[in-house]
Design a protein around this ligand. Structure first.
Ligand code: C5P
Length: 319
């Protein structure tokens, strides 16, 4: 009888400790999953680990200045001389004066310094390739937090394939179009005159000519203007285009810019036609890789490699 009692006590003790252990285990894992849900609500779609590819790490420099402001505007001598060479007039003497004018007019801020494990910003960068026609990507493109468009690429009449949301548009005076109030105008400054045009477009409106006729003004929100940093342009040229072409294409700069300010990057509207021409979804313009100042082939290979390394996702449309 005592033996039976002893066994019974032993079994009860065993069952109780197992119950306690199970309760503790489930409580703990519930807390953990709740905690990770709170910390990283969308982590499943974000590419947080940027260090897991040596190809990528060799090229990606997280500290490069992306956008110009009055604090970071002084250029290293080698960057300034490379950037000056891109201009029709290499003897640039008024850079500092123009930058001062820029930031008395436009926001003088440090933008997008919020990268970190808790951020999950999804972005669509939309090039102007003809492969967008018939793609039906419109809704998908518009579902991103940021939609970055380039130069003249229109949305009106092409909504089904390209969407209609635009949070950023990267352009230069010769490719300028009017923007709506909630779009950031991101200037790609290839010359100091481009910065002067931006100032003029919002003030005196007296610059109407660069190497070609340019609009004297632009419909855009002054408070949303941003200017790409010349050091960023040089970084993309050196690290990502590996010196191919004279300087990177607007689309390639936009793509690498997006990689720096976003956590999940989806790429639409990039890719030449079968004759290695850059064709557009909205007009008949054809630019051959050979005649352009950009390293088109090499840029495309790099974009493909970024896709292979799982740092971007390419949507190729109807190729
Ligand atoms: O022709 P545009 O420069 O306005 O096009 C914007 C960008 O889209 C280009 O700089 C290029 O990077 C990309 N593009 C492309 N394939 C095309 C047309 C444009 O990759 N067929």
């Amino acid at each position: 009888m005592t033996m039976l009692l002893k066994r019974l006590r032993y079994i009860i003790a065993l069952l109780s400790s197992m119950t306690i252990l199970l309760v503790l285990y489930f409580q703990n894992s519930a807390t953990l999953s709740f905690y990770s849900f709170v910390r990283k609500p969308k982590s499943h779609i974000c590419l947080e680990d940027r260090g897991n590819s040596s190809w990528f790490s060799e090229r990606y420099k997280p500290t490069v200045p992306l956008l110009l402001n009055s604090t970071n505007s002084e250029l290293h001598a080698n960057i300034f001389s490379w950037w000056k060479e891109l201009q029709d007039v290499p003897n640039v003497t008024n850079y500092t004066e123009v930058v001062n004018q820029l930031f008395s007019l436009f926001p003088d801020e440090e933008h997008y310094s919020d990268a970190g494990p808790d951020r999950c910003r999804t972005c669509a960068v939309v090039g102007n390739s003809g492969n967008l026609l018939g793609s039906n990507y419109g809704q998908l493109i518009d579902s991103h937090d940021f939609v970055i468009r380039i130069n003249k690429g229109p949305t009106e009449d092409y909504e089904k394939d390209v969407g209609n949301k635009t949070t950023h548009r990267i352009l230069y005076p010769e490719s300028a179009v009017d923007l709506n109030d909630n779009t950031h105008l991101v200037l790609l400054p290839i010359k100091v005159l481009d910065m002067q045009w931006l100032i003029s477009a919002f003030t005196t409106k007296n610059i109407t000519q660069t190497y070609t006729e340019v609009p004297s003004t632009i419909k855009a929100s002054k408070d949303k203007v941003m200017i790409l940093h010349p050091e960023f342009m040089r970084y993309v040229h050196d690290n990502w285009a590996e010196g191919h072409g004279r300087y990177p294409s607007t689309g390639f700069l936009a793509l690498i810019f997006t990689l720096h300010i976003c956590d999940k990057v989806n790429v639409f509207g990039f890719g030449a036609n079968s004759n290695r021409n850059w064709h557009h979804y909205f007009d008949e313009t054809l630019t051959s890789f050979e005649s352009s100042s950009h390293g088109g082939d090499f840029e495309n290979q790099t974009i493909y490699q970024l896709h292979q390394e799982n740092k971007i996702s390419m949507y190729k449309g109807l190729t």
